[in-house]
Design a protein. Structure first.
Length: 228
């Protein structure tokens, strides 16, 4: 995994330069890429999203957004609505970051609470909530929402594929057959139950989605500039 991570880091750095050039935005997104890569790989390997990354990462997101605000407009709209005027640009940038962090973390926390009520078990850890607070500080409300949608979609697709693969490969067959002989159900149904309990780290898919959103944002911004 180590050489693959190094290769991915190099390619993402090159992609960031090609997308944003030598600008302040490049510095912001290089920092974001480093943070997201650490969280994505750590969650994949050990199912943890360390506070030592998400906490300082959140602070870096707030600071960087003061210089390169998220391209969102939510803070501008709220400022006009409540105060009828705009504060300094750096204040707007920090406000965009705070709104993005609050939206991402609360949306994920609310989803986890609903999942626990429906399924009766934890669907994700609080580390995912902290990760989206950090990502939201970089991305703003709109792109944070897209990240969560895309990440959960990717996780659902890959998770279903993994479950089907495990079932087809006979994963848990012996356990299911022993349970079936004890009258706990058919072996087929028990095998499917065992396979469906396999869990994938949501943080990994959220990280992949966040990177996709960053580069897609650059492509759309560039296309809009050429049209103008």
């Amino acid at each position: 995994m180590y050489p693959l991570v190094e290769l991915a880091t190099g390619l993402l750095f090159v992609g960031c330069y090609l997308s944003f050039g030598i600008t302040a935005a490049t510095v912001k997104w290089l920092l974001f890429i480093c943070l997201i890569l650490v969280l994505t790989v750590t969650d994949l390997r050990v199912r943890l999203l360390p506070d030592l990354v998400t906490g300082p990462g959140f602070a870096v997101g707030l600071l960087s957004s003061a210089f390169v605000p998220p391209d969102d407009g939510m803070a501008v709209m709220l400022s006009f609505h409540f105060f009828r005027r705009l504060p300094p640009e750096w204040v707007l940038g920090v406000a965009e970051a705070i709104l993005g962090a609050a939206f991402g973390s609360l949306l994920l926390w609310g989803s986890a609470a609903v999942y626990k009520i429906i399924r009766g078990r934890e669907g994700l850890g609080f580390g995912d909530v902290k990760m989206m607070a950090m990502a939201g500080a970089f991305l703003g409300v709109r792109d944070t929402f897209i990240t969560i949608l895309l990440g959960t979609l990717l996780g659902s697709i890959v998770g279903l594929a993994v479950i089907l693969t495990l079932y087809a490969a006979g994963w848990g067959r012996q356990l299911a057959e022993r349970a079936s002989r004890r009258g706990m159900g058919t072996a087929t149904a028990l095998r499917w139950t065992i396979a469906s309990q396999y869990q994938l780290p949501l943080g990994t898919f959220l990280g992949v989605a966040a990177l996709m959103v960053v580069f897609a944002m650059s492509m759309f911004t560039g296309a809009a500039s050429r049209l103008r």
